[in-house]
Structures are given as C-alpha cells and as structure tokens.
Ligand binder design. Structure first.
Ligand code: IVH
Length: 668
C-alpha cells in the first residue's frame, strides 16, 4: 500500500477541521452553513482517504461518529474524584433548610447557580491533549464502564476541543446524556413497526442505548448531552458559573438555562418558573440543581458521604390527582398490539386535562387490580405522559369486577392471540382496519420497500378512499390512475411518479419484502436470517416452529410469531396476491458454493482443536449452514467433548454424527 503524501495528509487534516466546524455549527449552534449533501460528500471523501491510507486513521476523526467494531465487554474506568450523587429536596421549606446549613458552615451568604436537572444518564469524559480520549458511565460512582466508542457517536460532543488554551487541553467533563422526547417517540414508532420491545421513557432508552455493544447502532439513535461539571488540574478554576462558560467556549454543549442567584429566594423563583415551563422543553427535566458558585466555598463545605454539601437537587412536585376510572377500553396498534386504555373522568393534572391513559398490558392492570368504577390516582411523571399509578381501594364501589381481556379484536372481531411468554395480546389480522394505515406506511418505508413519495398523508388518503386496504392493493393502484389524477393536490406527473415508484419497488429482494410485510419480531436482521435459511416464501410458510428455531439467531418468540403469522387466513391471501403482483419472494441461491452447499450442521461439545467460531466459519465458507438445534433438516452433528442433549437428539432422530477428524477429512 502506498504511503500518504504530504498533500494527502494535509487534505485529510483540512477535511477533518472543516467537518468538526460543520458539526459544531450544525449540532451545537443549530446554524448549519452547508447542505446535507455537501457534508456527506466531505465525509465520504475522508472515509475513502482513511480507508486507502489506514495509517492516517485517528481517534478524533469525524468518521468515528458512525461507530465501529462491536466490543464484547466494556473495560472498567475508575472515577477520580468519585462521581457523587445529589441529595433531594422537594419543597420551599427543605430548600431553605439547605441554605441555612450552607450559611452555618460558610458564615456568609453564598451566591448560587441554579440549573436544570436533566433526566438522563450521568457520564464522564476525559480529554487528553484536546482530544476526547475516554468516556464512561457513572457506574457505582467510583467505577464505571468505558463506553468511549458509543459516546463518540453523539454529534453534539466535540471529538476535539475548540482551540483549547494550554491549561484546558487535559480536562474531565461530566454531564448528562439524554434523548429528546420527539426522538424517543420516533425510535419507538420504528421499534413498534418492527415488532421490537418498546422503551418505557427517554431515560431508559438512553441507558439502554449507551450500554449497547455495537456503537454502529448507537450512532443511529439521537442521543444528546449537556456538560455540567469541569475538572482541569492545570487551570486555576474559581467559579462553577465560569466553568460553564469555559466548557461552552471549548465547544462543549452546555445548557443555556442557567441562573446566577444572589440568594435562595431567587433560586425558588427559578424553580417555580421551570415547574411551569418544563413541558415547553424538548427533553425531560425532573427538577433543578442548586450549586454554590464559588469553588473555594464548595471546598470548605465538602461532602457528606456520597453527596456534596454544596449542592442539592430541588425536585418538582410530582403531579398527581384523583379521578374515576370510567372504563377500560382496548386500542389496536399499528401492528396489532392490543393496548388497554383507561377512560377517565377528566381531571386537571400538571397543566393539562387528562381523560385517558395507557394501561400498557394485562400485567399492569392485574398488579394494580384496576376495575371500572374505581377511584384512581393519575400521575404525570418526568416524561409528561399521564399514568394511572394506583387505586384507592377504600373508595371502591360495591359490585365491581376484575377486568377480563376480550377474546376478539374490538375492531375486526378476529380472535386475539397471546403468544407464549409475552404479556401482550395481538390481533393477527394484517387487514384489520386499525392496522391498515400503519402497516402500509411500514411497508413503504425506507429499508423496507422504499416506495418514494408514499408517506403518511398519502397513505391516509388512499386508505380513506377505500382504494388500498392492504399492501397488495398498492400493486393494483394503477387501476385508479385517472381518479387519482383528478384528486385535489394531485396531477398527471405526481400520479405517474407514485405509480412508477410502486412498480419499481417490485425489484426489492426477498428479505426486504419479508421485513416490509410486518411480522412481529421480524426486523431487518431477522428477515435477512430467515431468507438465508428458508430461501422461498413457500419454504417459510411450510416451516414449523421447530424448524424455524433450528436457525441460529431465531429464538422461540420469533419462531412462534412467524409460524402464527402464516397461519392466519388473511395473511395467506395477502402473500398469494403479492406473489401474483410479481414481487420477489425467493432468495438468490447462495453465492458461496462449496463442498457443504445444501448441508446444515449442528455443533455440540468442545472440539479438540477448532473453536466453535472457527468450525462455524469453515462450514459457512464451504457453502454450508450452522443451525442451533437438531432437527430432521440437519445433515450432520459435529460432536466434541462433553456433548449434551443435542447428541441425544441426533441419535433419536437418526442424524449422522461426526467428530473433528471426520470433519477435517470432509473439507480436505
Ligand atoms: S451536578 C456533585 N448538574 O442528577 C454534583 N447533576 O444525583 C453532581 N443531573 O447523577 C451532579 N442534571 O446525573 C448535576 N445540571 C445538573 C444535572 C445533574 C442532572 C443528574 C446527575 C446526577 C444526578 C444527581
């Protein structure tokens, strides 16, 4: 490989500087100066150069934002000083007590800094020589996980500081990582469409995301961050308020809503103001944090056990109210999930009137023993979504009965199904009117059939007109060409474009079609796996749960969902129509042809010389497949030492078993 010339090195550095500058303007200042396409061009050029000249790769390159090789385990990082937590206060009285305690120690009135308390995940970032060297979770306060690769994907976080003066090149910044409510909701919509488990609130989804081992997935989630503490041993720091300005000037994201307060009354004013305004922010806050501004005074106050004596959280009062639960209704979601909904006597809580709240699933209802007619407590948590959090049993009227799940869908009357091991019930009819829009939107989505121009509004219009009831109807939409042209907002050109995009989508490969039809638990990865192992829709339709499970990576939940989907009559009709329309419903035959083409192996026990990964790679590189459990579709079971139940099963089913020596001979 050629060495990079001075010209190339200079170009790479220039690209990096430009991209850092654009990241800062776009993500921190929210003032982009170039179009997205221009940005993409620059990053592509840099990626190409780094690929061609690997010696130029660097941990602070903007290309690091897209994530890298997955890690198996996070290394442990020690926090020095430890990451403390804050004591809580909930009332004016408690915050005045805090002020008194502080003044008793200091013998003077301190100035306070009041800032928002972000409801996210605490993290610590180390910059070495101006470059982000390490990022970690709080863990237990003294030891956390090294999640540097994940944190580097956060766009607002500088990978190198902006023109740091000498004393600020080696610093530690602590702050809060979080997700905005909108981004969280969007992510959950996508997860619902793919039948994946939903996150409960933005905080949990931030925690879950930052613990992912694959930073490439982290890069697709919109995590944000605010810095709130600075450590710089080479600098003479004086005040917390100044530290926030310093962090800002170094290009770090720092929240704007900070107040320097001369006394506790001003702090209380700030608290009241944000209690009112909290819902206007795009992210969740659960209170304010009050800190003594002077670092010298902070040092004099010190810590009590694990909390500083110079700071306190001043939480917002939880927003609760009592009301009557009129009824429990059922709502059918975009992929058929049945969600019980509380219909409430309207009640004013935390700034708005609440008349309905999700009850999530039967477990939630049973746990609280909720019954129609009950007096219940309605609460608005940090995420602003109202919840029924309790029942006042003393107020229960006579004659109430425990809630029972209906046996049929409230919209289409199909029987409801509760998969084994799941808490939710589902309507399995893909043509259920309640699901139609959502399913078609998912079908047309990028990553699925990618039908350009078929967005939410147009799907709604086509469904309302009765021209499209399921995704197969899209392929006969051309019959309505003239009628569409005549619709308001439509013309010849736009109709033609839409019909062409639909026609063009027939070229999508099998795995995309399988993902697009929206089988619960079948996301893009699972669809790929299924189509690699069941190479046509007929094979897939005919597969039993056991056969599905024999594919490594397909567990019982997915297997049951796939088998159940194909059993539903409407779904069978749908597949037939998609086939008639000419969609690709089989996979191209495997490119890797070899000695093992068409053969499936199962591995069990410890082999004398090959590791499991090596044996698997040998089989796959020779065109074979590896399944995780023995069935009659398996040709060989490769047996090592301490083989368990798989060996017994092979014997029972009469599947040939081989040892490593025999396996070696087969390859030679
Ligand atoms: S300062 C010693 N400032 O609240 C002071 N914390 O237990 C350390 N938090 O784990 C924290 N917003 O994750 C500080 N503006 C803010 C904050 C904040 C949220 C979190 C932090 C900490 C928890 C308090």
């Amino acid at each position: 490989m050629a060495n990079a010339s001075a010209k190339i090195i200079a170009r790479v550095e220039k690209l990096r500087q430009e991209l850092h500058e654009h990241d800062y303007k776009y993500y921190v200042l929210a003032e982009p100066v170039i179009a997205d396409e221009e940005y993409d061009k620059l990053i592509q050029e840099l990626l190409d150069l780094e690929h061609r000249y690997p010696e130029l790769q660097s941990p602070d390159s903007p290309t690091q934002r897209v994530g890298g090789t997955p890690t198996k385990e996070f290394a442990t990082v020690e926090h020095n000083p430890p990451m403390l937590s804050l004591a809580n206060s909930y009332s004016e009285e408690e915050i005045r007590d805090f002020d008194t305690r502080v003044k008793n120690v200091l013998k003077e009135q301190p100035r306070y800094v009041a800032e928002l308390k972000f409801d996210g995940i605490a993290i610590a970032l180390k910059y070495r020589n101006g470059i982000l060297a390490q990022g970690a979770t709080r863990g237990d306060g003294t030891h956390g996980d090294d999640i540097t690769a994940n944190l580097k994907t956060i766009r607002t976080l500088p990978l190198r500081l902006r023109k740091p003066p000498k004393e600020f090149r080696n610093i530690e910044v602590r702050g809060e990582a979080f997700m905005q409510r909108e981004d969280f909701a969007g992510m959950n919509r996508q997860r619902e469409a793919a039948g994946e488990k939903l996150f409960v609130n933005p905080r949990n989804s931030t925690a879950g995301t930052l613990k992912l081992q694959d930073s490439r997935i982290v890069a697709t989630r919109a995590i944000k961050l605010f810095g709130y503490s600075l450590f710089a041993s080479d600098a003479k720091l004086k005040s917390h308020f100044e530290n926030l300005q310093i962090m800002r000037s170094l290009g770090l994201p720092v929240n704007n809503y900070v107040c320097q307060c001369q006394n506790i009354d001003e702090v209380i004013k700030f608290w009241k103001e944000w209690e009112e305004k909290r819902d206007t922010l795009p992210y969740d806050i659960d209170g304010i944090v009050v800190k003594v501004d002077s670092l010298e005074q902070q040092a004099r106050l010190g810590n009590i056990s694990k909390s500083p004596r110079w700071a306190i959280a001043f939480k917002f009062t939880s927003r609760k109210a009592e009301t009557i639960l009129n009824s429990i209704d059922l709502q059918v979601g975009r992929i058929g999930t049945i969600t019980p909904i509380a219909k409430l006597q309207p009640v004013f809580v935390g700034g708005s009137t609440v008349s309905r709240a999700s009850l999530y699933n039967m477990d939630y209802i049973n746990e609280l023993d909720l019954r129609a007619g009950d007096t219940v407590i309605v609460e608005k948590g940090g995420d602003v979504i109202p919840k029924v959090s309790g029942v006042i049993k003393e107020k229960r009227p006579k004659g109430t009965r425990p809630f029972k799940m209906a046996s049929n869908c409230p919209v289409c009357n199909s029987p409801l199904h509760q998969p084994e091991g799941e808490v939710s019930y589902y309507c399995e009819n893909a043509e259920c009117p309640a699901q139609v829009r959502g399913r078609i939107e998912h079908f047309a989505m990028r990553g699925a059939m990618d039908i350009d121009g078929l967005g939410e509004a147009i799907v709604g219009q086509l469904v309302d007109l009765g021209w499209v009831r399921n995704c197969a109807d899209l392929y006969s939409l051309h019959k309505h060409r003239d009628e569409i042209i005549g619709l308001e907002g439509w013309g010849k050109r736009s109709t033609q474009n839409l019909l062409e995009a639909i026609e063009e989508s027939k070229q999508r490969p099998f795995h995309r079609v399988l993902y697009a039809i929206g089988i619960r638990h079948v996301g893009q990865g699972v669809a790929q796996l299924l189509t690699e192992n069941f190479t046509s829709i007929d094979m897939l339709q005919a597969a039993t749960e056991e056969e599905l499970q024999s594919v490594s990576g397909i567990g019982p939940q997915i297997a049951e969902s796939v088998a159940f989907f194909f059993k539903e009559k409407h779904n069978g009709d749908l597949i037939r129509r998609l086939k008639d329309a000419g969609l690709i419903l089989s996979a191209p035959t495997s490119k890797k042809k070899g000695k093992f083409t068409g053969l499936t192996f199962v591995l069990t026990g410890t082999l004398p010389t090959y590791s499991r990964e090596e044996a698997k790679a040998l089989i796959e590189n020779n065109g074979g497949k590896v399944a995780s459990s023995v069935s009659k579709n398996v040709q060989y079971v490769l047996v090592g030492e301490d083989a368990g139940s798989k060996l017994d099963k092979a014997k029972k089913l009469g599947v040939p078993t081989i040892d490593e020596n025999q396996f070696r001979k087969m390859i030679e």
